[in-house]
Design a protein around this ligand. Structure first.
Ligand code: SF4
Length: 761
């Protein structure tokens, strides 16, 4: 343990208690689950990040465990077009036959996988392995592409590594100046706000950049309210002021970075008046913000989705990283740059192989050495691993097209609500030959699936999650899944076994249909000259034996079944696959996590330290220096015009989470945030003759949404805001732009051109 602030946790005091973490966002607040008389309660737990605090979502999380809408049996779509209960054997038979038929007719890449940033590390890892080894498809990506990918790409190109916060959260309270860009933690992660309070109580300055006067902006000493899509210009202007005022840390720039001159030349052209014309942020505010950062003893710059979900999201983050590097912040105590990860396992979920271009340990799938290492762990030949696939939106947009996948398996995601240009994505999903969704509630995506598999919830499974600090945590089961429900790992293991077996099952177009012969596995890709059978991975090793290969066996685990669906076994293999990679988990054991309230990666040795703080001496680039990246402002992919004269931006509300599949079904949360809405400035509402609560229609070039108007002066008069937690008529992603960042392939959720009108009853 290298951070003295961390103390041991009691992993549940009785068999009816489990010390675990909230199932929702990346803060992964510690909580205690307690079961008495069949009732499950959420209790506070003193964990270093949340210190007993939870938001309303966390307190109510257990309500879904026995929710009446919980799925407890597989569902199959029958000839009448309806979903009907089925057995697991029938469901598996339909899936396996569908996969075989699809790959036989269209090749391996015609079967695709779509994962999620809320899946445990073990599931994310197993999903990537299932795609590459069992299916041998390159078509896998996940919804984290819609969340974290721009900050991840910018971090990789600047620092050579992508860990959301390269320092513990507690550092936020120690920063003299804290700049939050497009982040609203007071509403999205309320327990984190205590660090903002702590920081201000110590006399620190909080600056928020956001087009809306959010709950976080109201806490700030200074709020910059730019036009959506102009954050990059604001960052370059702040750097311009730092340059002209002499606040650039020349010594640090010379000793620890490279490429500053090109950035300096661009920043020289961003005098504050130019940035004000573009962004609407007054010169005086830009100068004040630059002064607060440039003269602070310690300063931290954080970005979140507001800055990142743009077609220039990577460049926008790079502009703020450039500013942080010029001021000499990264790697200094109490200072630095970081991003606030969103989804529950947004960090770990992007490290272990469910991304199209990635193998476990944050390895690149096109790197021969990485392929060799991972192939050896998986017991296959490196040449048998597929190459890179396509990004999440590109994958969804290919579904059902002549050259695209015909079968899709979805785990932990609801793209019908969460994808940009969602009506088009929904059509693509409906065009598939076979759509399989694993979920514990009937999400909008599950509702249009051919096969729905009921899965376990967070309190019914063990595993690990990695929070926004890069701290690997233990998710601990309180109870077994209900009868009829299986874990995602069990489903993947079962399907792997079924796909490897000779095909003798009946074709289950209908569960009662007569048996029909299907192609044996060897014929799946008949005619493909590169095809050969995969060598078997052989029997899995117990965790301690697996660990032996990478580190001292300090974590010998007795009496653990060697089972590919056992998260402990999968984690042991993940450690071996990640060993030597950027996100190295080789030295992380469940016992070590239990003993120290989490382990920060990289952690290559079981008997060596973990890494709460990165970059103290060198960056993870070949030269050891951080890299500036010159970036210029460019307009949003879609600018306003006479037909679509307003900007639309999207985001979250306190009581809902992501696509709302879970939180919309929790009574207290539904009462707190019952329906979608559209925020309009009073001046705009008056011009349109719209009253509070009246239904408005928001239309873009891609589609429309309808929701009640919420009239508030906290939004700019030229901008609308709508939350993204609802489907149906109130689905804001029917309107959003699917323009992609050229590097991260992040869609431009945060700005598009729209018009708004009152809906006449
Ligand atoms: S939703 Fe996030 S902030 Fe709220 S309790 Fe859960 S982990 Fe904590």
């Amino acid at each position: 343990m290298t951070d003295g602030a961390r103390a041991a946790t009691t992993p549940g005091r009785t068999p009816h208690e489990a010390a675990t973490h909230c199932p929702y966002c990346a803060l992964q607040c510690g909580m205690l689950l307690s079961e008495r008389d069949g009732r499950i309660e959420v209790l506070p737990r003193d964990f270093p990040t949340n210190r007993g605090g939870l938001c309303q979502k966390g307190w109510t999380a257990a309500e879904l465990l026995d929710h009446p809408e919980r799925l407890t049996t597989p569902l199959l779509r029958g000839p009448d077009g309806r979903l009907a209960p089925a057995t697991w054997a029938e469901a598996y038979a339909r899936i396996v036959t569908g996969i075989r038929d699809t790959q036989a007719a269209h090749g391996r890449d015609a079967v695709a996988i779509f994962g999620g940033g809320g899946l445990t590390n073990e599931k994310a890892y197993a999903l990537g392995r299932f795609a590459r080894v069992a299916l041998r498809t390159r078509m896998i990506d996940y919804n984290g592409r819609f969340c974290m990918s721009s900050a991840a790409a910018a971090g990789m190109r600047a620092f050579g590594i992508d860990r959301g916060l390269p320092f513990p959260l507690s550092d936020l309270g120690r920063a003299d100046t804290l700049l939050l860009v497009g982040a609203n933690p007071a509403e999205t992660m309320p327990p984190l706000a205590r660090y903002l309070t702590e920081q201000r109580e110590r006399g620190g300055r909080l600056i928020v950049v956001d087009p809306r006067v959010t709950a976080t902006a109201r806490l700030a000493d200074l709020h910059l309210q730019p036009l959506p899509g102009t954050d990059l210009a604001v960052a370059n202007a702040l750097l311009h002021v730092a340059l002209t005022e002499g606040w650039v840390d020349r010594e640090y720039v010379t000793a620890r970075t490279e490429g500053f001159d090109a950035v300096r030349r661009i920043a020289a052209g961003w005098w504050p008046a130019r940035a004000e014309r573009l962004s609407g942020v007054p010169v005086a505010d830009l100068e004040e913000a630059a002064r607060a950062l440039g003269t602070a003893r310690t300063a931290i710059i954080l970005t979140a989705r507001g800055a990142e979900q743009h077609a220039k999201g990577v460049d926008t983050v790079s502009a703020f990283v450039n500013l942080a590097l010029a001021l000499g912040l990264p790697g200094r105590p109490g200072s630095g740059y970081g991003c606030l990860t969103g989804q529950g396992n947004g960090q770990g979920g992007r490290e272990h192989g469910q991304k199209a271009d990635q193998l476990p340990g944050y390895r690149r799938i096109d790197d021969p050495a990485a392929r060799e290492h991972v192939a050896a762990v998986w017991g296959v030949h490196p040449d048998d691993l597929p190459g890179p696939g396509v990004s999440a939106y590109e994958l969804l947009d290919l579904l059902g097209t002549p050259s695209g996948p015909k079968t899709l398996l979805v785990f932990g995601s609801n793209p019908v609500v969460s994808a940009p240009r969602a009506a088009r994505v929904e059509r693509r999903l409906r065009d598939l030959d076979l759509l399989v969704v694993a979920d514990f509630l009937l999400s909008e995506t599950a509702a249009i699936a051919d096969v729905v598999l009921p899965t376990a919830q967070w309190a019914e499974e063990d595993g690990t999650m990695t929070n926004l600090e890069g701290r690997v945590l233990r998710r601990r089961a309180l109870r077994e899944p209900p009868p009829g429900v299986r874990t995602d790992l069990r489903i993947l293991a079962d399907l792997t076994t079924a796909l490897a077996a000779p095909a003798t099952s009946p074709t289950p177009a209908a569960s009662s249909a007569p048996a029909a012969p299907v192609a044996p596995a060897a014929e799946v890709v008949a005619g493909d000259p590169s095809y050969r059978f995969l060598p078997s991975r052989g029997p899995l090793q117990p965790p301690d034996a697996v660990v032996d290969d990478v580190a001292a066996p300090d974590a010998v685990v007795d009496d653990v079944a060697v089972d590919d669906a056992d998260p402990r076994v999968v984690f042991a293999e993940l450690r071996r696959a990640s060993a030597g990679g950027a996100a190295d988990y080789a030295g992380v054991t469940w016992e070590r996590i239990d003993a120290a309230d989490g382990v920060f990666w990289p952690c290559p040795d079981t008997d060596g330290p973990d890494t709460p703080r990165l970059f103290a001496e060198r960056f993870a680039t070949p030269s050891g220096r951080a890299r500036f990246h010159p970036v210029e402002h460019r307009p949003a992919a879609e600018e306003v015009c006479a037909e679509y004269p307003l900007y639309l931006t999207t985001g979250r509300v306190l009581a809902q989470y992501q696509s709302g599949t879970q939180t919309r079904r929790v009574g207290a949360l539904r009462r707190a945030a019952p329906e979608p809405f559209v925020e309009l400035h009073p001046d705009l509402a008056a011009r349109l003759g719209v009253e509070e609560g009246e239904e408005v229609r928001v239309t873009s070039r891609r589609g429309e949404m309808r929701a009640p108007a919420r009239i508030t002066a906290t939004i700019r008069p030229d901008t609308l805001f709508a939350p993204f937690h609802w489907g149906g008529a109130g689905r804001v992603n029917s309107v959003t732009n699917d323009a992609l960042d050229p590097v991260s392939r992040m869609p431009e959720f945060k700005v598009c051109a729209v018009r708004v009108e009152k809906v006449t009853p």
